[in-house]
Design a protein around this ligand. Sequence first.
Ligand code: MAN
Length: 352
Amino acid sequence: MNVNRYEENPLVTPGDVKPHRDDFEVIGAFNAGIARYKDEVIMLLRVAERPVSDDPTIVKAPVFNTEKNELEILEFDTSDEKYDFDDPRTIRKSDDLSRFAYLTSLSYTRIARSKDGRNFTIDPEPFYYPSNELESFGIEDPRITQIGDTYYIYFSAVSPVGVGESMISTKDFQTIEHHGMIFAPENKDVLIFPEKVNGKYYALHRPVPKSTGAPEIWIAESPDLLHWGNHKYLLGLRDGKWDDGRIGGGAVPIKTDKGWLELYHGASKDNRYCMGAVLLDLNDPTKVIARSENPILEPEADYEVNGFFGNVVFSCGALVEGDTVRMYYGVSDTSMACAELSLSEILDSLTS
Ligand code: MAN
């Protein structure tokens, strides 16, 4: 696969983003949703910020208190054996490592704009910041589906009661309407198709079943983008391959002559995140036609291998012009990058 990484990569780094409070530092500007708005490319960044800590033995956890409408900062001593601090993203209770008790940073969304898709200017203020109890640990990994003149923006809403997918919409990237949670916990990586298929909206989603099952890709349909039903299991993990740990949708599905092309992420059991592709039937996207044997993009460049959480390439949006797929992607849970790939080359590489 020919992958043309932009020489300007990484396009946006945490150092480019001013924290929204002086006592915070930006540790990530990554996993951005992508849209075209007027003559600009919009990158809706997931900005992760954490309270500055001068003492390495103290780990802080920011939590948005909706009643007081302010951030609270909890402090943990790294010598406290009740907690586990091994994953830099989370704080876990030592007697239950299967779930996290707190996150070490809080994410929100911020707009970066560009005329050429390579050089971005970052808005001085947050775009959408957590605003309700289901978002008190932050909002993450936004995706944007444009339908008509409305941009539907949906993201992981993280709180002590779980990680689900909530949706807002905007027409001008200024005023927003909140539509509440559209997929209950635990669910992430929702991708709404950009048009109806046979009179119905479709969305990919990624539940995390507990009793049986794995973090794999499902598909659902809806009459109105708010109520989702007729859920079907779509795509699974593959033992011993690059996507044997967890998979989830990445970019908004791309309509091609051969079918709906979905660029998805797959992680191995040891958390190496790559991008692959799957082709779905044009008239019935619940049918898988073909899939990547090997990743179309894997962490190789220094900025993809090293960072806050290394060995991660994670796309939330791509733009297509002719045969060129401009895939924007988060690197190492830290920065944003972009690579161009050939649409026909991706399609030709898929096997059934
Ligand atoms: C995982 C990672 C983190 C994220 C949490 C909550 O631990 O993807 O980056 O903050 O889940 O969604």
